[in-house]
Design a protein around this ligand. Structure first.
Ligand code: ATP
Ligand code: ATP
Ligand code: MG
Ligand code: MG
Ligand code: MG
Length: 260
């Protein structure tokens, strides 16, 4: 670099946006105005499995491309990517992480669209847009609470509401009647409506709808090391699954994830 007299413009005006060191970085993506986007492309309501699997394919590609992403959790038009606490990805610069993440995710979304929606052209007139943000969490407990919050308050509560709402609409109610019927209902009331009016057991719906999707690297036990001791190692095999991530079971079975 030539250290010209103009160089001060960088030092004085380019703001630093480094994320706090030694914290888990969560990159959260949310489809922008997907209410309209999903209508325009005729997503099935309340859950279009093709659209969910397209989001999962994008998340899997993110973990393949960026090894510092340790875990991802998504549902609907949202995905959360958890980077290792120690990551030095783009020197932990928030705007770089966001822009690299969003552009890569979007490229894969557009590239893979045809695979999942072969009968629908993705048009620039109704292009998918995503917004991202970064958030730092200082401990494993808090990052796990964050993921549990997304699963219970967003995925579960929204999905139970939407399942009930769309069953009422599909059975002939108009949208405001359906809304009125369930607006002050509790979770148990919605469970009963689905069971009694539609013979639908909510707990038996596909886990991908009820729980969302997780993407992570598998750990396998290798045969032996030189001393005859079994050793564990991370494989590059990525798993997409739909577990409960609120309780301890998943985390006990997958101790290598978010261990800090
Ligand atoms: P914002 O820009 O504030 O995020 P939004 O319209 O995207 O607005 P969200 O709260 O993110 O609002 O909700 C996402 C919307 O996209 C929901 O209304 C949902 O119906 C629709 N949607 C997203 N994914 C799917 C899917 N797989 N199947 C059916 N509908 C979906
Ligand atoms: P971002 O900047 O990433 O958009 P945000 O905090 O606005 O962050 P969104 O995912 O866009 O997050 O959330 C807004 C949507 O979620 C709205 O459609 C809102 O109705 C719905 N929402 C907000 N809080 C809850 C909640 N506790 N349970 C269910 N839905 C919620
Ligand atoms: Mg928002
Ligand atoms: Mg959205
Ligand atoms: Mg959303």
């Amino acid at each position: 670099m030539a250290n010209s007299k103009y160089e001060y413009v960088k030092a004085l005006f380019e703001a630093e946006d480094k994320l706090m060191p030694s914290t888990w970085i969560v990159l959260r993506i949310n489809g922008s105005n997907f209410h309209k986007f999903s209508d325009e492309y005729g997503f099935e309501k309340p859950n279009d499995e093709r659209a969910l699997k397209l989001m999962n394919a994008c998340a899997k590609a993110m973990l393949e491309e960026f090894p510092d992403i340790e875990f991802a959790y998504g549902f609907g038009d949202e995905y959360n990517f958890v980077f290792k606490k120690t990551t030095q990805f783009y020197k932990r610069c928030s705007s770089k992480i966001v822009s690299i993440g969003v552009s890569f995710f979007m490229s894969v979304y557009a590239r893979e669209w045809k695979e999942f929606f072969p009968d629908k052209d993705l048009s620039l007139k109704s292009a998918p847009f995503f917004k991202f943000r970064t958030i730092c969490y200082p401990s494993t407990t808090i990052v796990r609470d964050y993921l549990a919050w997304r699963q219970v308050d967003y995925c579960h509560i929204n999905n139970q509401y939407n399942t009930c709402f769309w069953m009422l609409v599909k059975s002939g109610k108009n949208k405001s009647e359906a809304q009125d019927e369930i607006k002050s209902s509790r979770s148990q009331d919605k469970y009963e409506i689905l069971l009694k009016q539609f013979n639908m057991n909510y707990n038996e719906l596909p886990a991908i709808f009820r729980k969302g999707s997780c993407v992570f690297r598998d750990k396998v036990e290798e045969k032996c090391n030189g001393n005859g001791q079994p050793v564990e190692r991370l494989t590059s095999k990525l798993v997409i699954d739909h577990p409960d991530i609120i309780g301890d079971e998943f985390w006990v079975d997958h101790r290598h994830i978010l261990k800090g």
